[in-house]
Ligand binder design. Structure first.
Ligand code: BDR
Ligand code: CA
Length: 318
């Protein structure tokens, strides 16, 4: 039986690739998509999610809109990497959505899907963690219905929204702390350190574009985002942050984990939004009272070429 999967997302160019991978993977049953503010405001992330699922032939997947802002403090680092519409200015060239957004809010849809699913559900969260924090805070009994949480977020060596904080965590540090530190779910955190290494080049993109109309359309959503990331990558390529997290949900273990207790910086200094893994030897951190059982699997490595081929082959089937 395929694993029930929900994607919580803020499309976003790399979110588009993540949704495509989820839609194209038979190992998972994409049972719902929830949207959150992030790369662009909520109305736009929701419309983008609906249009993308139509493009992938998945109008059967309910899409519910969630949080339109962070839990506690206003957004401090608005994104601009994805263009003003989140899809490199190309969102309105996608076919209009084949249906309306679900009448339920994101948390209600999550509750309904978790309750009804035939098996515990994997949730992949690839935007700010606001919806997931609200779900866990309001419905603690549903924790047992979540098999795994796979989160794209954080950076071990530093951030992208600020020198210390990665965008998804920086967008709502309080929500991230609730989910990653205060909760105790089996969690894989897919940080920037790995996702940057998984970037694909123009040869990969050319092969995807040549595979058919969906591949061509996906590649057409990338120019603004690629131009933004060219400065960090040093070449014209696509950083598939969120698709790397979906790959782990589709093929558990494809990313190599290193298990660390962590904290999320919720102060108002230069570290706000930073994910801080405790990488000291266990015996040392235990001396300081750190609970080793409350740890998260940081994805630190993978077979980079294998991952790139896997994603490409899957997207070519759309
Ligand atoms: C994350 O931030 C967003 O801009 C991307 O969609 C990804 O989820 C990378 O830091
Ligand atoms: Ca995202």
């Amino acid at each position: 039986m395929s694993t029930p999967l929900i994607v919580d997302t803020d499309p976003g160019v790399d979110d588009a690739f993540a949704l495509a991978l989820a839609a194209a993977s038979p190992e998972v049953d994409l049972i719902g998509v929830t949207t959150v503010f992030g790369n662009v405001p909520l109305a736009r992330t929701t419309d983008n999610a609906l249009r993308l699922l139509s493009l992938f032939g998945r109008d059967d997947v309910p899409v519910a809109a969630g949080a339109d802002r962070p839990l506690v403090h206003p957004l401090q680092w608005p994104a601009h990497a994805h263009g003003s519409d989140g899809l490199s200015g190309q969102a309105d060239t996608l076919p209009p959505p084949g249906r309306d957004v679900d009448g339920r809010d994101a948390v209600t849809l999550l509750v309904d899907l978790l309750t009804a699913a035939p098996a515990p559900v994997t949730i992949v969260a690839v935007g700010p963690l606001t919806n997931v924090a609200l779900l866990l805070a309001a419905h603690p009994r549903l924790r047992s219905r979540i098999a795994r949480l796979v989160v794209m977020g954080g950076g071990i060596a530093g951030g992208n929204a600020t020198p210390s904080a990665e965008f998804n965590i920086a967008s709502d540090p309080e929500a991230a702390r609730r989910v990653l530190v205060e909760e105790d779910l089996p969690t894989v955190l897919v940080p920037l350190d790995l996702t940057m290494r998984c970037a694909v080049d123009t040869t990969w993109l050319g092969e995807l574009a040549a595979s058919g109309p969906v591949g061509r359309t996906l590649v057409g959503l990338t120019p603004t985002y690629r131009a933004y990331y060219q400065r960090s990558l040093g070449f014209d390529g696509l950083v598939m942050h969120d698709a790397v997290a979906v790959a782990e949900a589709v093929r558990p273990g494809v990313l190599t984990p290193a298990r660390y207790p962590l904290d999320v910086d919720c102060t108002f200094g230069p570290g706000r939004g930073a994910v801080v893994p405790d990488r000291r030897p266990r015996s040392v951190s235990e001396e300081f009272g750190v609970d080793q059982d409350r740890a998260v699997d940081f994805a630190v490595d993978t077979d980079l070429d294998g991952l790139r081929s896997f994603v490409l082959e899957r997207l070519k089937t759309l």
